[in-house]
Design a protein around this ligand. Structure first.
Ligand code: TYD
Ligand code: MG
Length: 458
């Protein structure tokens, strides 16, 4: 019996230390170190035994790059076009994909559905969170049947690999990586060392057998992939599943992809019978209304590769307390403060005595800075209590000196606005050059400064 070995791990980034420290030297988090039992070497040999999977791994040796044969990576094309696109054209054989999202957002639902829809491949769904009964009930709710779909409710990787060896599935979904435990490590499931070890075993498996593996992982409220954060560099692809639980829309975003672009995104709608892809997101994110109200503006943004028109709503009211409130949903609070400062300094608007509330329709979070212009116009519209024309939309970034800066792929934005029946779009005058020859039916107004825009609108 060997001596019990322990080490301290940072729960936020996985940094390992032999003694306890108050502040992580790697990610600068305070108070994040927890002692975990590790006892790896002793059982290493037993791992080697049951790790001989389907075939012998190929012999590795040094090679000149030009001798490496370029091969087209085989992919499994699923019925879910959003997932295919987000992954860069289907699931790559032998890839390991981390799917992160907050609890209750619909990860299990989405991947059960995707697994059940792959009819011609053997899919194994490993659940450490739910019983067979629960999963069956959910599958019934989704209304999907599949003879090639197998369930395994187990948390020990040793047993999981034994079952895998018997079944030989061609796709594996693990729900969730935090519930797995490897017998090689003594610390409890969900701890950094367990997560890392289990993922490493599954990664070895994926590479050796060319089987794609999905790892579902929970993230904490502050958005970091707690625990699974340590996996980000190990896996081939990191997908983030996000959205507001109180709304029906969910976004699947690529944070990292070794086999495709990271600028991709899929939009889903959560219904009574599972997730369905949203084909025309812009139409849904703009609320159709009869009367004109102040404080709303439409932004022509691009999320991933897709143009997306989003409604921005602002409410500016007289502040009752000494410190004015700033509340945002779907938008960065600091960005809002910056825009307010620009308006205060460059336009002379006294937002310092006003409460400001900002909301993006549909519970969607936008990262594209081109939404600035619409946010600014929504703020001004509410400040002045003057509604903006309904057939007007905006695309532009705001600089610190109050200039309207150019945005990328402006034609795509204009085309989307035109498609949805907008009559006029305001963009930066610095975009003019890049779109000189385009003939649009929609009126394209270019502007250089915020004060110019104010005079134009109000
Ligand atoms: P779930 O997939 O369990 O979330 P996660 O795995 O990310 O924790 O989904 C949780 C919610 O989804 C649950 O509150 C019920 C809801 N739901 C639907 O709205 N429609 C459905 O068809 C299903 C199966 C679930
Ligand atoms: Mg789940």
């Amino acid at each position: 019996m060997s001596k019990i070995k322990t080490a301290y791990f940072c729960q936020s980034c996985g940094y390992e230390s032999t003694k306890w420290v108050g502040k992580c030297p790697s990610c600068q988090q305070w108070n994040s170190f927890v002692e975990e039992l590790i006892q790896k070497d002793q059982k290493k040999n037993s791992l080697q035994e049951w790790k001989s999977y389907y075939q012998e791994g190929e012999v590795r040796k040094t090679l000149p790059l030009h001798e490496v044969q370029a091969q087209k990576v085989p992919r499994i094309i699923t019925k879910d076009h959003e997932l295919n696109r987000v992954l860069g054209g289907g699931i790559v054989q032998g890839s390991i994909i981390l799917v992160a999202g907050e609890p209750g957002i619909g990860k299990s639902t989405l991947f059960l559905q995707i697994g059940l829809e792959i009819k011609n491949e053997k899919v194994l769904y490993i659940s450490g969170e739910e019983s067979n009964q629960q999963i069956k009930m959910r599958a019934d709710r989704l209304g999907l049947k599949n003879e090639n779909f197998y369930l395994l409710t187990e948390t020990s990787t040793q047993i999981i690999f034994q079952e895998i060896k018997k079944l030989r599935p061609s796709l594996i979904i693990v729900d969730s990586i935090q519930t797995l435990a490897s017998p090689l490590i003594d610390s409890s499931p969900g701890s950094v060392s367990q997560i890392r070890e289990c993922a490493a075993e599954l990664q070895d498996f994926a590479k050796e057998t060319n089987t794609p593996v999905f790892l579902i992982g929970h993230i904490t409220k502050d958005g970091s992939i707690a625990g699974p954060k340590v996996l980000e560099h190990m896996v081939d692809t990191v997908l983030q599943f996000e959205g507001d639980r109180h709304y029906v829309y969910r976004i699947l975003r690529t944070l990292k992809n070794r086999f495709g672009s990271t600028a991709e995104l899929g939009i889903y709608q959560m219904g009574d019978t599972g997730m369905s892809p949203v084909l025309n997101p812009s139409e849904i994110l703009i609320t159709q209304k009869e009367e004109q109200l102040s404080g709303t503006a439409i932004a022509a943004t691009i999320e991933g590769q897709r143009p997306l028109l989003i409604e921005v709503q602002a409410l500016v009211t007289q502040s009752v307390y000494g410190t004015p409130q700033r509340t945002v949903s779907g938008f960065d609070l600091r960005r809002l403060q910056l825009l307010l400062a620009v308006l205060e300094k460059r336009g002379g608007f006294h937002f310092g005595v006003k409460d400001v509330f900002l909301n993006l329709a549909g519970g969607i979070k936008v990262e594209d800075p081109s939404i600035d212009l619409a946010v600014l116009c929504a703020l001004l519209s509410s400040f002045e209590d003057v509604p903006l024309p309904q057939d007007l939309c905006f695309a532009g970034e705001i600089g610190l000196s109050g200039e309207i800066r150019a945005v990328n792929r402006v034609e795509q934005r204009i085309a989307e606005a035109e498609k949805l029946g907008f009559q006029k779009i305001i963009v930066s005058k610095y975009n003019q050059k890049s779109m000189a020859k385009q003939g649009f039916n929609i009126e394209v107004v270019t502007m250089g400064r915020v004060d110019e825009l104010y005079r134009h609108l109000f």
